[in-house]
Design a protein around this ligand. Structure first.
Ligand SMILES: Nc1nc2c(ncn2[C@@H]2O[C@H](COP(=O)(O)OP(=O)(O)OP(=O)(O)O)[C@@H](O)[C@H]2O)c(=O)[nH]1
Ligand SMILES: [Mg+2]
Length: 337
């Protein structure tokens, strides 16, 4: 159950370049599985020495050039949308690009909301009373979208949310903005990136400064050469790890770990998931068959070397159905049949 990410943005903003950087050139047909780096898993693996280490992954889809319909379809399927804006080349206006992308998405949803508004309006006029609440929500959403604002900033109660969810809107998706800048603007991105950051923040999104072209080039260098090159641009660690983690955060996800002999693994889970739900991420049968969870922190496990060693010293916590799995928990689920 990987997290789905769609890359959108204006023509020539560097979407495919970013996609290639994220996928290390291993994507095909515009789709790539990308590992989410996590130093906690590295530490667990070093302590437990499992046969296999499995990272959490995101599934990234590049935007097909040209086709607006395909772009929108990809955004509809996505859990998180990456908005790439151009901060390199002639007359860059990344903040303007971002406004353009937001407007495009708002107009897409406006068309859907208008269509539904007309249908429900007709039903209400011929006497269908239960349509009135839906109509009121649609009317307010319509007014909001007509101002060019996406549904991410639309305030609505749970019923209203359900009304809108049935329309599969795109402007309400969690998003991450990438200001793709030329290398002369590294590492901060300067004033251009500042404006993007401000605008993104107003829309409830994070923005990162990346030189996608440089990231592709860095990937072709040896580790030492890459460090040297990054330092020459005032950059610390590679930006791609940061992008992967930001996708994770934007999607409202956290990570828990399993650490056994055969496999140490990072699992995605929605924040605050009850233990049985988190167990269901590993295997759908586990949710019903859940009995209890044995839980430790990464540090505790690294110190002890294994779950068994922790259990032997009585340091494994036993948790029941009510427990909410926390980011960074190492868990062993006990399940029945
Ligand atoms: N200097 C610089 N050039 C870049 C950067 N990113 C992309 N480019 C160049 O910009 C051009 C367009 O990049 P693409 O990645 O193909 O852009 P795109 O958004 O996928 O374009 P379409 O799919 O056609 O909409 C290419 O010539 C890239 O080499 C960057 O960060 N810096
Ligand atoms: Mg492209």
């Amino acid at each position: 159950m990987p997290v789905n990410v769609a890359i959108v943005g204006p023509v020539g903003a560097g979407k495919t370049t970013l996609f290639n950087a994220l996928s290390g050139g291993r994507g095909s047909d515009g789709i790539a599985m990308v590992d989410v780096p996590d130093e906690r898993l590295d530490r667990l693996a070093a302590a437990v020495q499992p046969k296999k280490v499995v990272r959490a992954q995101v599934r990234v889809a590049d935007a097909a050039p040209g086709s607006r319909a395909q772009r929108i379809a990809a955004a509809r399927e996505a859990d998180v949308v990456i908005k790439v804006v151009r901060g390199f080349g002639a007359d860059p206006d990344p903040a303007g690009d971002l406004e353009g992308v937001e407007l495009d998405m708002a107009l897409t949803d406006l068309a859907t909301v208008e269509r539904r508004f007309e249908i429900v309006g007709r039903e209400v006029r011929v006497g269908k009373k239960e349509g009135a609440d839906e109509l009121a929500v649609l009317e307010r959403a319509k007014a909001h979208l007509e101002e060019g604002r996406g549904l991410a900033s639309f305030e609505v109660n749970a019923d209203g949310q359900a009304v809108l969810a049935r329309l599969f809107p795109v402007s309400s998706k969690p998003s991450l903005v990438i200001a793709n800048v030329g290398d002369q603007l590294l590492p901060s991105g300067g004033e251009l990136a500042e404006r993007v950051a401000r605008l993104a923040a107003e829309r409830g999104a994070r923005s990162l400064v990346v030189d996608a072209q440089l990231e592709v080039e860095l990937a072709e260098l040896s580790a030492e050469e890459a460090v040297e090159m990054r330092e020459s641009y005032g950059m610390g660690e590679g930006k791609l790890a940061e992008v992967a983690r930001a996708i994770w955060e934007a999607g409202g996800l956290m990570t828990f770990f399993t650490a056994g002999e055969p496999e140490a693994r990072a699992w995605p889970s929605e924040r605050d998931s009850p233990a049985p739900v988190a167990a269901g991420v590993i295997h759908s049968d586990f949710e019903k068959a859940f009995i209890r969870a044995e839980v430790a922190s990464v540090d505790e496990l690294v110190a002890a070397g294994s779950m068994d060693a922790l259990r032997a010293t009585g340091k494994l916590r036993l948790e029941g159905r009510e427990y909410r799995v926390q980011d960074g928990d190492v868990v062993l689920f006990r399940v029945g049949r």
